[in-house]
Ligand binder design. Structure first.
Ligand SMILES: OC[C@H]1O[C@H](O[C@H]2O[C@H](CO)[C@@H](O)[C@H](O)[C@H]2O)[C@H](O)[C@@H](O)[C@@H]1O
Length: 637
C-alpha cells in the first residue's frame, strides 16, 4: 500500500471528509466523492438505512459517473445559489462536464393529500430523483457509469432487472423504500446488468450528451435529454428563489454566508419541519478513534441555533415549520426531549454496525444516539430564545404557542438547580454545568419577555424573579478566583460553551468577568489558535482519546472577541477559519489544527450556523455598527 507523504501512514482509501459534496432535496441527501462516486445516500429519508455507504466501508455501495480511467476531476463547484454540483473532467483525449442534483419540482399531492407531509404545503416538493447529466465539451472521452447499491447499510446486494423492452431502464427491489416502490435507473445510455452492478460505458464526442437518473417513488423520472435539462433548470430555480429571500451584505465573505444558508436548508426535513444536526453517522472526531456518532436526528439545541443563524440573514421561514414540529412533539403532557427522530420518533436506541469497517477504520459505526435519554438543561432556553426572536419580528405570540412556551419556562424554573449532562452531552457524571444554568437564565429571561408580549404580567414578574436568582447563582458559583466563568461549579476547568454569555446578553460585554473569560478561552483553551470544547484531561466525558478543535467554538470566539472590542483579533481568526472551508465551502464538526483536516460528521449544522453569526458580527462591526445591534432588539440588555 502506498504511503502518504505527509503522515507516513498508509494512504487512505477514503477521500478526506472535506472533499465530499453535499446535495439535498430536503427529504434525502447524498455525499459525492471527487471521483464522481456517490458514497453516502440513505433512502427514502435522511435517516433511512444507506443505499450507498462506501464512506463507511468501501464495500457498502457506491454510484460513480465519470470518465473511464480518471479519478481526479479538473474542477468542482456548486452552481451559484444552489445545491447542484458541477464537475469538470479532463481526460487525455477530451473534456466532460457532469451535473448532479436531487430534483425539486412542483407540489405533487394535488388530488390526494400526502401521506408523509405534516406541514403546510409549499409550491415545491422533492421529486425523489437524483439526476446526473453529462456533456462532452471537447474532444472525445470514454464515459463510465457504475451503480452498485448495497441496501441496509451495506448488508444486501441489489438484484437488478430490466423494465421494458430496451436497455434504458433497470429496477432493483429495496424493502426500505416501502411497498411497491423500487430503485429505478433511467438513462439514455445502454445499461448492462452484471450481478449487483448496473453499468454503462460509451465513447462521447464533442457535443454529445447523456443522462442517468436514479429514482425511488412513483413519480416519473426524466426520460429524455430535453426533459432532464428542464428538470435541472426547475431545480436551479427552486434554490435561487429560496436563497433570494435572504439579505446578504455586499462583502467578500457573503459567498460563505450563502453556502452556509443553503447547507442549513439542505439539512431540513420538509415533511415535518425537523432539522438534522448533520447528514452522516460516525465520521470520526478522532482519526481511527471511537468518538463516532449518528447525527441524522433533530436536536432541539442545534435546530433552534440554526434558525437563529438563518434569521440573522433574513431567512426565517423555516422557523414556523420547526416550531410546529416541536409543538407536535410536546402535545398532551409530554416533557420535551433534547432530540427527536426527524419524523418525531421519541426513541433512538443506539447500536453499533459491526459489519462496517468505518471511515478509515474508525469503529464502531453507530446508528441511533443514546443522547436522546439525557437531561440537558439548555433545551428550554434554546426554544424560548428562538421563539422570542421570531415572535419579536412578528410582534406577537400566537395563542396556540403560549401554552407550549409556558411549559418550557415552568420546566426551567423547576429544574435549573439540578445537575445535567450539559450542552456537550457528556457521558460522564451529571454536573452543575455553567452553560446549562446560563440557558435556564435565558429561558426565564425570554419567558418573561414573551409573557409581557402575551399580556401576562403576572408570569412575567415571576419568571423575571427566577431569572435574577439564576444570574446571582451563576455569578457566585460559576466564576473562579481569577474572575473567569468556568465549565462547572466547583472546578476551574475552562469550557467554550461559556462564550455564549456575552452573545446571549447575560452580562454586558464590558463586564470584567466577560472579558476575562473570553481572554482565558482565547489564550488557554486553544490549539494553535483554534478552540477546544474543553480539555479532555479535565472533563469526565466518559470517552477515550483526544478530539479536534470544535469549529462552532472557534466561530463563537470570533463573535465574542468582536463583543469585547477585539475586532482585529476576531477578523484574523475568522479569516483563518474561513481558509479551512472545504473546497466547496462546507465544514465538518471539528478541525485538526495540525493538519487542517476536517473531522466528525459532515456537513454539520452547528459549524455553519455559528459561522453565519461570526461573519455577521465582524461585518457589522467593520461597518461601525453598535455591538448591541448585532442581535435583534430582543437580545439587547
Ligand atoms: O461528545 C459526546 C457526544 O457527542 C455528540 O454530541 C455532539 O453533537 C451534537 C449534535 O450536533 C451536539 O448537540 C452536542 O452539543 C455535541 O456534543 C453525540 O451526539 C453524543 O451522543 C455524544 O455523547
Amino acid at each position: 500500500m502506498a504511503e502518504s507523504v505527509r503522515s507516513g501512514l498508509p494512504r487512505s482509501a477514503h477521500p478526506p471528509i472535506a472533499d465530499y459534496a453535499f446535495l439535498s432535496d430536503c427529504e434525502s441527501n447524498c455525499l459525492i466523492a471527487p471521483s464522481g462516486a456517490i458514497e453516502w445516500m440513505c433512502l427514502p429519508r435522511h435517516d433511512s438505512p444507506s443505499v450507498f455507504g462506501a464512506i463507511l466501508d468501501r464495500a457498502a455501495g457506491s454510484f460513480r459517473l465519470g470518465p473511464y480511467g480518471v479519478q481526479v476531476p479538473a474542477a468542482r463547484r456548486y452552481l451559484p445559489g444552489s445545491l447542484m454540483l458541477e464537475t469538470t473532467w479532463k481526460s487525455p483525449t477530451g473534456w466532460l462536464v457532469v451535473r448532479d442534483a436531487l430534483l425539486m419540482g412542483p407540489w405533487h399531492d394535488v388530488s390526494q393529500r400526502s401521506l408523509t407531509h405534516r406541514r403546510t404545503p409549499t409550491d415545491y416538493d422533492a421529486e425523489h430523483c437524483l439526476l446526473r447529466t453529462v456533456k462532452c465539451v471537447s474532444g472525445s472521452v470514454d464515459l463510465s457509469m457504475m451503480c452498485e447499491p448495497m441496501f441496509g447499510y451495506g448488508r444486501r446486494e441489489a438484484t437488478w432487472r430490466y423494465e421494458g423492452p430496451g436497455y434504458g431502464v433497470a429496477v432493483a427491489d429495496c424493502p426500505d423504500l416501502g411497498r411497491n416502490v423500487a430503485l429505478k435507473l433511467t438513462t439514455d445510455l445502454r445499461l448492462g446488468l452484471e450481478g449487483r452492478t448496473a453499468q454503462a460505458r460509451t465513447r462521447m464526442s464533442q457535443g454529445d450528451t447523456a443522462f442517468v437518473s436514479l429514482s425511488w417513488s412513483a413519480l416519473s423520472p426524466p426520460r429524455t435529454w430535453p426533459e432532464a435539462i428542464e428538470r435541472m433548470a426547475r431545480t436551479a430555480e427552486y434554490w435561487r428563489q429560496w436563497i433570494n429571500v435572504g439579505v446578504f451584505p455586499d462583502h467578500a465573505w457573503s459567498r460563505y454566508l450563502a453556502r452556509s444558508a443553503l447547507t442549513l436548508k439542505g439539512l431540513t426535513f420538509a415533511p415535518t419541519g425537523a432539522l438534522l444536526a448533520a447528514p452522516t453517522t460516525s465520521l470520526p472526531e478522532t482519526p481511527h478513534g471511537e468518538r463516532n456518532w449518528d447525527y441524522r436526528y433533530s436536536w432541539v439545541r442545534d435546530s433552534t441555533f440554526a434558525l437563529w443563524g438563518l434569521y440573522t440573514i433574513g431567512l426565517d421561514r423555516e422557523a414556523n415549520d420547526f416550531f410546529s414540529f416541536l409543538m407536535e412533539m410536546c402535545g398532551g403532557d409530554q416533557d420535551i426531549q433534547i432530540m427527536y427522530g426527524i419524523d418525531g420518533e421519541r426513541e433512538l436506541p443506539e447500536q453499533t454496525l459491526d459489519h462496517l469497517s468505518g471511515y478509515e477504520g474508525a469503529r464502531p459505526v453507530r446508528v441511533g444516539n443514546a443522547a436522546y435519554l439525557q437531561n440537558q438543561h439548555d433545551v428550554w432556553g434554546a426554544i424560548l430564545d428562538s421563539v422570542y426572536l421570531h415572535a419579536r419580528s412578528r410582534d406577537q405570540v400566537t395563542e396556540s404557542l403560549w401554552p407550549f412556551l409556558k411549559r418550557q419556562a415552568e420546566a426551567a424554573a423547576k429544574h435549573w438547580r439540578e445537575p445535567d449532562h450539559g450542552i456537550w452531552e457528556s457521558r460522564g457524571e451529571l454536573q452543575h454545568f455553567t452553560s446549562s444554568k446560563l440557558m435556564c437564565w435565558v429561558a426565564m429571561d425570554r419567558g418573561a419577555k414573551l409573557a409581557l408580549l402575551h399580556d401576562e404580567p403576572g408570569y412575567a414578574d415571576d419568571w423575571q424573579a427566577v431569572a435574577d436568582e439564576i444570574r446571582a447563582d451563576i455569578c457566585t458559583n460559576g466564576v473562579d478566583d481569577r474572575g473567569v466563568f468556568v465549565q462547572r461549579y466547583g472546578s476551574t476547568a475552562l469550557d467554550a460553551s461559556v462564550l455564549l454569555l456575552p452573545l446571549l446578553r447575560f452580562l454586558p460585554a464590558d463586564d470584567p468577568r466577560v472579558r476575562a473569560t473570553v481572554r482565558a478561552i482565547a489564550d488557554e483553551l486553544t490549539e494553535d489558535g483554534m478552540v477546544l470544547r474543553y480539555r479532555v484531561s479535565e472533563t469526565d466525558d466518559g470517552l477515550h482519546g483526544e478530539e479536534g478543535t470544535f469549529t462552532i467554538c472557534s466561530f463563537w470566539l470570533v463573535s465574542a472577541l468582536v463583543e469585547i472590542g477585539e475586532l482585529d483579533e476576531a477578523t484574523a481568526l475568522c479569516e483563518r477559519l474561513l481558509s479551512y472551508a472545504s473546497p466547496l465551502g462546507l465544514y465538518a464538526e471539528e478541525i485538526d489544527p495540525l493538519t487542517g483536516r476536517h473531522l466528525g460528521n459532515f456537513p454539520q449544522a452547528f459549524t455553519h450556523l455559528a459561522m453565519i453569526n461570526a461573519i455577521m458580527h465582524v461585518i457589522r462591526s467593520e461597518e461601525g455598527e453598535d455591538t448591541n445591534t448585532f442581535l435583534p432588539a430582543s437580545h439587547r440588555l
